[in-house]
Design a protein around this ligand. Sequence first.
Ligand code: MG
Length: 259
Amino acid sequence: MKCSHTALMMVLVLALISVACAQVDTRWKVHDPARPKPPVVTPGEYVKQAPPSDAIVLFDGTHMNRWTHEKAKRKQDWSIKDGAMVCGRGSGYLQTKQGFGDCQLHIEWRSPTPAKGDGQSRGNSGVFFGGKRYEVQVLDCYENTTYADGWAGAIYCQNPPKVSPCRPPGEWNVFDIIYRRPRFDDDGKVIKPATLTVFFNNVLVQDHFELGGPTAWKKRPPYKKHEDRLPISLQDHGNPVAFQNIWIRDLEAKAESGN
Ligand code: MG
C-alpha cells in the first residue's frame, strides 16, 4: 500500500512539474534582460511545403483576397512584391477576413535585407491569434540580440523559444503553429487557457505552451472573454517583413466532423 501511495504521489508531482514547465515562468520579469537567451541552432535547408488538400490557402502569392487592412486610414498598404506579401510602414495590421479558433497555421516570413536596426527594431513583425491578442514573435534574430521573451519564435512577453533556428535576412523562415483558443465559462472565467505549439524551421521552439493571458509590451495582462473565432493578424512594426505560402487547417471543423 505504501509503495502504491508513493508511486501515486510521484505521478502527481511529475504531472505538476510537466504543467509548470509549459506555463509562464514568473521567476523572470517581463522582458527581463537577465533571462538566458535561446541557444542558436542551425536549421536544415529550406524546402517549400505545398499545402495539404484540406487546408485553406490564405496566401499563394497571387492575391490578398482573404485579407483585409485593420485600419481604414493608413499611410500605405500591405502589398505583393515578387509573390510575397510585404508590410508597408504605417500600414497597420493585416488580418484574415475569416475568423479561426483552434487551428494549424503554416506561414513563411523573411526579414529585410540589408538588415537595419538592432534588437526589436530589426525585422519585427508578428503572427497574432485571437484577434491581436496572442503573438508569436517575428524578428530578425540572426546575429541580433534582444530580450529573451521578445526573440523570434517567442510567445511575446511570456516565453522565449527553446532554441533559435533563425535564418539570415533575405532567406525564408517557416513557422508551423498549433493554436488552441482559450475556453471561458458563461461568467468569463477561464476554463482552459490558450496554448501554442510552434515549430520554427522544423525545430520545436514552443511545446504546448499555456498562455497566461494576452501578449503585450512590458506587461502580462489577464484574460478577458472573447469570441471563439477571430482573425489571424500580421503586425506592422514599421519594418518591411515579407510573408509567403500561408495556409491553415481549421481544427475545430475537423473536430466537428468527428475526427
Ligand atoms: Mg512583433
